[in-house]
Design a protein around this ligand. Structure first.
Ligand code: MN
Length: 260
C-alpha cells in the first residue's frame, strides 16, 4: 500500500523523459517531496564537509573544460556551497552525523531556518561531487559503456546514441540553472532527467549515476551562451567505467528495495 502510494506520487510529481518523448523539458522539484521507500547512499559523507581531492589536475579536462573555469568552479562555487552548508549545520549538531544524502532526502523534516540552506548548498555539494566524479581526462576516460551498463542503456533508451540524444534534449531545453542526470529509478530502469537549481533525484528515491552541471558558471567563460557546445564537449570526458561502478551499486540498492 505504502509502495503503491509512493509510486503514484512519483508519477504525479515528475514526468520522466522516457515516458514523454515530446515533452520539451523534464524537471524534478523537491517541492512536496514524497515519502521515502528506502534510503540511498552514494558517498555517505558527513559534517564537516570539504572539497574532494579530484582524480585529475585542474588542467586535466582541457580542452573541453578549460583550467580557469575549473579553478573558479571548484575553489569558488563548489567551496562556497560547502562553506554555507557547514555554517548551517554548525549550529545544529544533531544533524552533523547524518549523511549528506540523508539530509537531502529528508530536507522537509529539517528545522525551518536551515531547510532551504541545506537544500541549496547540500545539493550544491552533492551534485558537484558527482559531476567531478563522472569525468576523467579524455585520454583516460572509458569512452563507451560496456557490459551490464551498456545493456541497461540499450534496454532503457533503445541505443547509446538514443540515450545521448535524450540527455542533450533535456539539457538544452532546461530553463534556468540546473543539472541533467542519468539515474536509476525505483524499478531499476535508467532515466534521464533535469533538475532545477541544486535539486537532486535522491528525493524521488532515484539513484544518480552521472550528471552534467548546466549552470552557466560551468561553461560561460569558454562557451558563453552555447550550452549545447559544452554538452557536446562533455561527452568526451564522461568515464563510463566510473558510471558502471555506480550502476552496479545502484542495481544492488534498488533490487534489495524491491525484494523488501
Ligand atoms: Mn557548478
Amino acid at each position: 500500500m505504502v509502495l503503491t502510494l509512493v509510486a503514484l506520487l512519483a508519477v504525479v510529481s515528475m514526468r520522466r523523459t522516457g515516458e514523454c518523448p515530446s515533452c520539451p523539458s523534464e524537471r524534478v522539484t523537491t517541492k512536496g517531496s514524497i515519502p521515502m521507500a528506502h534510503e540511498i547512499t552514494v558517498y555517505g559523507l558527513t559534517y564537516p564537509y570539504q572539497l574532494p581531492q579530484l582524480a585529475y589536475p585542474l588542467n586535466g579536462l582541457e580542452p573541453y573544460i578549460d583550467t580557469r573555469t575549473m579553478e573558479i568552479h571548484l575553489t569558488k562555487h563548489h567551496q562556497g556551497y560547502i562553506d554555507k552548508l557547514n555554517k548551517a549545520l554548525e549550529m545544529h549538531p544533531s544533524y552533523q552525523d547524518r549523511t549528506l544524502e540523508w539530509l537531502l532526502m529528508h530536507v522537509d523534516t529539517l528545522p525551518q531556518q536551515i531547510r532551504q540552506v541545506v537544500q541549496d548548498n547540500g545539493g550544491g555539494h552533492f551534485n558537484h561531487l558527482l559531476f567531478w566524479d563522472s569525468m576523467r581526462p579524455a585520454k583516460e576516460a572509458q569512452s563507451l559503456p560496456q557490459g551490464q551498463l551498456a545493456q541497461a542503456i540499450d534496454n532503457s533508451f533503445g541505443s547509446f546514441d538514443a540515450f545521448k540524444k535524450r540527455l542533450e534534449v533535456s539539457a538544452f531545453s532546461h530553463v534556468g540553472s540546473g543539472w541533467t542526470w542519468l539515474c536509476m529509478d525505483s524499478d531499476g530502469k535508467l532515466a534521464v532527467i533535469s533538475t532545477l537549481n541544486h535539486d537532486t533525484p535522491l528525493v524521488q528515491g532515484w539513484y544518480p549515476l552521472a550528471v552534467v552541471d548546466i549552470w552557466e558558471h560551468a561553461y560561460y567563460l569558454a562557451y558563453q551562451n552555447r550550452r549545447s557546445e559544452f554538452i557536446f564537449a562533455w561527452w568526451n570526458l564522461v568515464d563510463w567505467g566510473r558510471v558502471a561502478e555506480r550502476y552496479e551499486r545502484a542495481a544492488q540498492v534498488m533490487q534489495s528495495t524491491r525484494v523488501a
